[in-house]
Design a protein around this ligand. Structure first.
Ligand SMILES: NC(=O)c1ccc[n+]([C@@H]2O[C@H](COP(=O)([O-])OP(=O)(O)OC[C@H]3O[C@@H](n4cnc5c(N)ncnc54)[C@H](OP(=O)(O)O)[C@@H]3O)[C@@H](O)[C@H]2O)c1
Length: 287
């Protein structure tokens, strides 16, 4: 049985959508099964007898984590350690997600899986601990993903659409580079791995293809928003630098990750970020 943990999250909901589409049997649990409690995970596991555990639960409030470091640590580090115990007990494959925020962003080349990590934020630190816990068991796969957006969840695309409809002009950071990623593409990869009974394990990077700034992303969101009639008024998008828009947590300036390993080991092509954004809008208007 496939067990999806953290089922109300943005990524989880796309994974569940794809599991349904592909007729794969699964059980999904939300925040009622608290991953920080090994006992409640154990009680649930007895009923589910998982062969796959897909962990989508996480503390994801990047700025708030600076003030709630204990909670972030409990969920992102201890919670994953608990899930790893269960996965080991049931000999289940654990699929877990981490983040580009484990890097400091000082590189000028795409980060490889074995590159030195140096998280700048509490969120990044706790996620790094979490991935180490997940990787301690043999049969685990950790996908480091970045800049997620999806149909079901608060994210940058929805924020931009709202602001672009409300304001005559907005400023967007143009000196942070990375790869936006549609959660549906991650869901597709996860489902392929399960369907093909792939024995891929360890740490991999996976994002949509291409490297852009948040400003570039906003420009394309505006273009698509007009094309798909999700923006009804004119809005000028101006670039700004990070220091004009300070946030509590420091983000890496450059968090492009190399996807060569996953491309090679799964024989896959990456989806270009523009194509994936277009698919997002197409899905949105047909919702
Ligand atoms: N979003 C991004 O841009 C991004 C970027 C890189 C990596 N990631 C990683 O990708 C994964 C999925 O992210 P996402 O954006 O889909 O996250 P999300 O929408 O915030 O979903 C996380 C889910 O975890 C649940 N949760 C929190 N604490 C829990 C606990 N103690 N026990 C059980 N469930 C708990 C939350 O429940 P509630 O709904 O009740 O809060 C929420 O439904 C995470 O590992 C995240 O770190 C995300």
């Amino acid at each position: 049985m496939i067990w999806v943990i953290g089922s109300n999250g943005m990524l989880a909901r796309d994974i569940i959508l794809m599991l349904k589409k592909k007729d794969l049997k699964y059980i999904a649990t939300g925040a009622e099964i608290d991953i920080t409690s090994l006992e409640s995970l154990k009680e649930e596991a007895v009923k589910i007898k998982p062969s796959y555990i897909i962990n989508c639960a996480a503390y994801t409030k990047v700025d708030m984590a600076e003030d709630e470091s204990d909670l972030a640590h409990k969920v992102n580090a201890e919670g994953v350690a608990n899930i790893a115990v269960i996965a080991k007990d049931y000999n289940a494959k654990l699929i877990h997600f981490s983040t580009d925020y484990v890097f400091d962003g000082l590189s000028q080349n795409p980060y490889r899986e074995d590159d030195k990590t140096n998280p700048l934020s509490i969120y990044g630190k706790t996620k790094l601990e979490g991935e180490k816990h997940a990787l301690r068991i043999d049969n685990s796969l950790v996908l480091r993903v970045s800049w997620l957006y999806g149909i079901n969840g608060a994210n940058f695309v929805y924020t931009m659409l709202r602001l672009m409809n409300e304001k005559d002009s907005i400023k967007v950071v143009s000196d942070q580079y990375g790869s936006p990623t549609n959660t549906i593409d991650i869901a597709n990869i996860v489902i392929d791995i399960i369907k093909n009974n792939s024995n891929i394990s360890g740490l991999y990077h996976y994002t949509n293809d291409g490297a852009i700034s948040w400003y570039d992303f906003a420009l394309e969101i505006y273009k698509k928003g007009i094309e798909y009639k999700q923006i009804n008024s004119e809005c000028i998008i101006n670039p700004c630098v990070t220091r004009e828009y300070p946030t509590k947590a420091i983000r890496p300036k450059y968090s492009l990750m190399s996807k060569e390993h996953i491309k090679r080991d799964l024989s896959i092509e990456l989806v270009n970020w523009k194509t994936s954004l277009d698919i997002f809008f197409h899905t949105l208007i047909n919702k």
